[in-house]
Write a protein that binds this ligand. Sequence first.
Ligand SMILES: *Cc1c(COP(=O)(O)O)cnc(C)c1O
Length: 228
Amino acid sequence: MSTIAGNIAQVEARIRAAALAVQRDVTSIHLLAVSKTKPAGALREAHAAGIRDFGENYLQEARTKQVELADLPLCWHFIGPIQSNKTRDIAEHFAWVHSVDRLKIAQRLSEQRPADLPPLNICIQVNVSGEASKSGCTPTDLPALAAAISALPRLKLRGLMAIPEPTEDRAEQDAAFAAVRTLQESLNMGLDTLSMGMSHDLESAIAQGATWVRIGTALFGARDYGQA
Ligand SMILES: *Cc1c(COP(=O)(O)O)cnc(C)c1O
């Protein structure tokens, strides 16, 4: 039986090997544990094994776990699709949002970010898979969206997030992640974050410059949505 601590050690070893392969400093790559559908006890176990950053996709589920785990010094990242009526809770209870893909949502997050908290860290989700993906702003719309978001007072635009169409083909993975990096570079805004890479493609993402890899299955096992 694999344990969460054992899985974390394996994922960290994959991250180190991937960084070494392209001579990147491993400290520039951060592990976001994606805990959607997993019970608070699993997050507590991951925390005990050194994890501090958790990514959640569903607001209500995340809020329940945040209350259950309030005794731990965790950093919460929202990574799922965002409806307008959810922005206040997200602005109040998360440190990062990786999945902003339209200005209206960003404006609401900025307006609703409490004054006593630091600016909310934002990644713009960009769609590099064309019609295959419904989420994410288009590469064409990205420059104007990035400029507008960077002007919002209570947000700190950190970089880009992408979820390329899943493929086992390394060359296709590399091409998609390289496209994200190229988009970030072409913005020329000094952004320091590329949130890309999941359980099956973290090696490619790291080779192409990922600074956050978002890992669920490889840490916590397969998700059972029926039990969620
Ligand atoms: C679920 C999810 C992940 C984690 O995916 P795994 O394949 O389980 O590692 C990463 N990012 C986002 C946005 C997700 O929704």
